[in-house]
Design a binder for this molecule. Sequence first.
Ligand code: GLN
Length: 196
Amino acid sequence: MKIGVLALQGAVAEHIRMLNQAGAEAVAVKKAEELRDLDGLVIPGGESTAIGKMMRKYGFMEALQPFAAEKKPIFGTCAGAILLAKEIVGQEEAYLRFMDTTVERNAYGRQKDSFEVSLPIAGVAPDFPAVFIRAPYIVEVRGAGQVLAKYDNKIVAAREGQFLAAAFHPELTEDSRFHKYFLDMVKEYREDKAPV
Ligand code: GLN
């Protein structure tokens, strides 16, 4: 199983380490052509406006359309969750729009810039250490989407088919259970496509 980590900005090395720890081969992806031989992709945290701009510039917006159409899973953490959303509060335009969600950026305010809490996450863990850094939250999950976790009554993790989003940073802990959950999704979709 080969997973790419979009390496335009943000916590790339940390995701690669976690994916390795969870049992997958992981590579940094800087060019759209490199998506071709991947089974799944992680879009890391960072600054969504900066990552979004570079994704446009380097052709990722187009290249990720067939990638998604082939049912390859994508996991967005923090800024990555913003890039996957259909709507962003206060912004005209969204980015990939793969998940039928609305997100709000920097939802926890300045006084709570970063913090860590233990959260139950459906299908992942009853006690996941969730690290929030200028985190967004998911205002609404629509359609086929499922809410996986809430904090402070706000949705902070969701899944919609092949897409997974977390408002926090599972790559900044020593706990690889969220990455394992993503790898199970990748396996599921690969087996679905495998010839019988
Ligand atoms: N606040 C950032 C944004 O809006 C996200 C922060 C993060 O990824 N840690 O893009």
